[in-house]
Design a protein around this ligand. Structure first.
Ligand code: COA
Length: 137
């Protein structure tokens, strides 16, 4: 999956955060700590630093949501991160993003922190970020 394809999915899928642009994705992928795991219609972009993995962006094509694409991409990310030595995964998600919170909860993530007013919004108060994490088996 190319940076342009990832950016296209993100632009159509993201509703609660500013989607990543293709140039930002390409810059991130150039870093050796970065990790991209994907299916044909969903991606997880993250990084692994020593034993901690972090999910930076994740989305499924809106035309193909609720059919397991994101779950398969996340399972691949977990496996790939574990291969690189990760024992735990962290992420931040907007508190209003109930689909993503439900998705992560279904996959074993629990809230471990809160960042107040973390995501700025144009004409509304900034949204809080939940910090969620799970151990890798
Ligand atoms: C979060 C996201 C990737 C899930 O994609 P998906 O294709 O629905 O994921 P899957 O089909 O693999 O898993 C679906 C499961 O996730 C949860 N889920 C997904 N959307 C949901 C919704 N709108 N309401 C409640 N639960 C939801 C449910 O547990 C669901 O299982 P079910 O269909 O059996 O009820 C997708 O909603 C998305 O791309 N959102 C926009 C990008 C985003 O916000 N990313 C998170 C950034 S931190």
């Amino acid at each position: 999956m190319t940076p342009a394809q990832i950016a296209d999915i993100a632009a159509r899928a993201y509703q609660h955060m500013t989607p990543w642009r293709a140039d930002q994705i390409a810059d991130t992928l150039a870093r050796p700590i970065s990790l991209l795991s994907h299916t044909e219609a969903a991606f997880v972009l993250g990084q692994v630093i020593v034993d901690e993995a972090e999910i930076l962006a994740l989305a499924a094509d809106p035309d193909q949501q609720r059919n397991g694409q994101a779950s398969r991409a996340l399972a691949r990310f977990h496996s790939d991160a574990q291969t690189r030595g990760a024992t735990r995964v962290f992420l931040e998600v907007a508190s209003r993003n109930t689909p993503a919170i439900a998705f992560y909860t279904r996959h074993g993530y629990q809230q471990t922190g809160l960042r107040k007013a973390y995501y700025p919004r144009a004409s509304a108060p900034a949204d809080d970020a939940l910090i969620m994490s799970r151990a890798l088996p």
